[in-house]
Write a protein that binds this ligand. Structure first.
Ligand code: ADP
Ligand code: MG
Length: 262
């Protein structure tokens, strides 16, 4: 079993072949070149008392496939709102989101659930691990929920190995550091072999060195697995790792910066 630093050095540790296609990946209208996420004039307003908060005011963006993309902006700029709309956890007030070639407004609740379970992985600031479950059980549970029975054990272990936590598989969250807990959450997001991982301030509760390790891990996953990672953060350090940064301010995209040759 190799640890993460060895994986990063040698480029080994690929858990799933990039070309390995699973049944739900055979989506007819998805071409390799198409952006994996597209939003068109997206707005989301919340009713607050008698007033209204405009969290997003017309967000149009395209996120290419297989990149480490960052939604950057200060607190209240609309990052979480935007990630929730991309992940189909919330519905826009107006506008349209297309993910993996599918217009979310055209999907039934069941289809939306399928898309979320099989093609999107979620990572949160608070890790959201079950405290009485081991690292392995936390990862394996997501495969049960997705009804992915075949090779479940192996998949869960491979995902933990990918984030450098093979030796920690049978430890519970309280036996792990914050950075390790977040890596378990990333392994959990990887386990279903999604096309897209959405991470909302995943380094928000970590010290800066550990935060950098998480960003390096995301970049590694993108390069090795061809998965797209979309991470919301206000941390300027992220520019050293990201391929593309969407600067969000006042519910709008203020700037798009392409880094690292995208
Ligand atoms: P960020 O994640 O960048 O901090 P959010 O998307 O959480 O920003 O919030 C954007 C704006 O929308 C903020 O002004 C926030 O107060 C408001 N907002 C977010 N969620 C709700 C909600 N459920 N009800 C009312 N207002 C909300
Ligand atoms: Mg937020």
């Amino acid at each position: 079993m190799k640890d993460l630093s060895a994986m990063l050095k040698t480029g080994e540790g690929r858990a799933f072949g990039v070309n390995e296609r699973l049944p739900w990946e055979a989506v007819a209208d998805e071409s390799e070149a198409a952006p994996i996420v597209r939003s068109e004039d997206l707005t989301r307003s919340y009713r607050v008392g008698r007033g209204q908060v405009e969290a997003l005011r017309g967000v149009s963006l395209e996120i290419p496939s297989s990149v480490f993309a960052v939604i950057k902006g200060r607190s209240g700029s609309g990052k979480t709102t935007l990630l929730n709309l991309i992940g189909g956890l919330d519905h826009p007030t107006s506008g349209e989101v297309t993910v993996c070639g599918q217009r979310l407004s055209g999907l039934s609740d069941r289809q939306l659930t399928e898309l979320r379970r099989h093609r999107i992985g979620f990572v949160f600031q608070s890790f959201a691990l079950l405290p009485t479950f081991s690292a392995y059980e936390n990862v394996e549970l997501i495969l049960r929920i997705a009804e992915m029975w075949r090779g479940r054990r192996q998949r869960a272990m491979r995902s933990l190995e990918m984030v450098g936590l093979g030796p920690w598989a049978h430890h519970r969250p309280w036996e792990l550091s914050g950075g390790q807990q977040q890596r378990v959450a990333i392994a959990r997001a990887l386990a279903t072999r999604p096309s897209l991982i959405l991470a909302d301030e995943p380094t928000g509760e970590l010290d800066s060195v550990t935060g950098r390790q998480i960003m390096a891990l995301f970049r590694h996953i993108v390069l090795q697995e061809g998965i797209t990672v979309v991470m919301a953060t206000h941390d300027p350090v992220v520019e050293e790792y990201a391929h593309v940064v969407y600067e969000l301010g006042d519910g709008q995209v203020q700037a798009v910066r392409r880094l690292g040759g995208v």
